[in-house]
Design a protein around this ligand. Structure first.
Ligand code: GDP
Ligand code: MN
Length: 393
């Protein structure tokens, strides 16, 4: 689950990381009021920053991050940003905060290294730009370091990282931040905590000498969906406005659904069987349109729901249903399919294979309803691919 910058920053603050203050505004008037409050505190440089809150990167380049020197200007800038669409997503809210005076931008993230079974820290002195670009153009500009799964990130490791990034003069602050990132990752079961830019900023009152320090100016956190049950409070950070409608529907119906690019819709029970089914569709020369696991013990209404999800994808021109009845009863699935077809607005060829619990009852129901059935998975995949080709021709 992706969360907005402002929410990611709340998690960082809760873990003691240095983040400048902010407010979230939904209208230009709210942005104006927030800007006035921050400007009254006399930030160094006398400006506020206004940032689009959308779940995509590269907001700066897209015109979604701007500075303003007055409440009037902040209102106008917020109005512009709230009218933007960034990478297809309409901006519905902005973050307003005191603008930092940046001296240099760095990149620092903690990511889950699945293959290495540990948390990986990635840093670069070329911050501010998207890390994928740095990785592609100057891979040697990225420094990585693995945290021990049991001991976590050791301070000596964080110090080594600081020196390799040229941040030796901010050693203590950097060590706290790096250790804090790993702590944040573990505290919330995140699979990514990214600070870009982590910046050296100038701070201080006009009368005294300026000081520079490290601040987390941007934050991106993604949470492991499978671990969300351990953090009930984090569910509130889900932004329903930005969840794809199909994803939301699937989640609410208790279905595991991942949209893909092919033409053959797949409805299967069990993740392993769903993977196998996709493999066999590919082997038969087709492309699956989705991964869909209806789960164990799915009832007729859930099946009908799954069918609506599959058909909502206009690219789908054939459907393969593969059910292995264990706790899932074949006749229930058959009833769901019959119900779904009676409500269907689009006629798409469908091949059904149901084996296991109550398969005989299912076969009778399907035959009466004139469904096309198959007995083996290879046969079912071949028929679905042929139907898809026929529909495309
Ligand atoms: P992103 O483009 O979506 O990653 O958004 P960021 O929050 O990283 O902002 C993009 C760029 O805007 C940063 O790399 C900075 O150069 C600039 N920026 C962000 N916040 C501030 C700020 O407080 N002060 C100044 N001067 N620039 C900022
Ligand atoms: Mn950024």
């Amino acid at each position: 689950m992706k969360i907005q910058e402002a929410d990611a920053k709340s998690l960082l603050v809760a873990q003691g990381l240095p983040v400048p203050p902010w407010e979230v505004a939904h209208t230009p008037a709210e942005a104006r009021a927030a800007a006035a409050r921050f400007l009254a505190e006399g930030p160094v440089g006398g400006k506020v920053v206004i940032k689009a809150q959308v779940l995509v990167g590269g907001r700066g380049k897209a015109g979604g991050v701007k500075l303003a020197r007055s409440a009037d200007e902040a209102e106008a800038v917020a109005r512009d940003i709230l009218a933007l669409e960034i990478k297809g997503i309409p901006v519905r809210k902005v973050l307003v905060g005191p603008a930092a005076q940046i001296e240099k931008e760095y990149y620092l993230s903690a990511v889950l290294d699945r293959a290495g079974r540990r948390i990986l820290l990635m840093g670069s002195a070329e911050g501010g730009v998207e890390i994928e670009q740095v990785a592609a153009e100057r891979p040697d500009a990225i420094v990585t370091l693995g945290a021990d799964p049991y001991l976590g990130l050791q301070p000596f490791q964080a110090r080594e990282l600081a020196f390799r990034l040229g941040l030796g003069s901010h050693l203590r602050e950097f060590v706290d931040i790096a250790v804090g990132l790993v702590r944040t990752m573990r505290a919330y079961d995140a699979d990514l905590v990214e600070i870009n830019p982590l910046a050296i900023v100038v701070e201080g009152v006009p009368s005294s000498a300026p000081v520079d320090r490290l601040l987390c100016l941007d934050a991106k956190v993604t949470l492991d969906d499978s671990a969300l049950f351990r953090h009930p409070g984090l569910e509130d950070l889900r932004d329903p406005d930005e969840e794809a409608p199909a994803d939301r529907e699937a989640r609410e119906a208790g279905l595991t659904f991942i949209k893909l690019d092919g033409t053959i819709g797949c409805m299967v029970n069990g993740a392993g069987l769903a993977m196998t089914t996709m493999d066999l569709v590919k082997r038969a020369g087709g492309e699956p349109a989705n991964f869909l696991d209806i789960g164990g013990g799915a009832r007729a209404d859930k099946v009908a729901h799954a069918m609506r999800l599959i058909l909502a994808d206009p690219k789908v021109n054939a459907i393969l249903v593969n059910i292995f009845g264990g706790i899932t009863r074949g006749d229930e699935v058959a009833r769901g399919l019959i119900e779904a077809r009676s409500q269907q607005t689009r006629d798409v060829p469908m091949v059904v294979r149901i084996v296991g619990t109550n398969a005989a009852e299912a076969a009778i129901l399907l035959r009466e309803a004139r469904f096309v059935t198959a007995s083996t998975l290879d046969e079912a995949a071949a028929q679905a691919v042929a139907a898809s080709r026929g529909a495309a021709a």
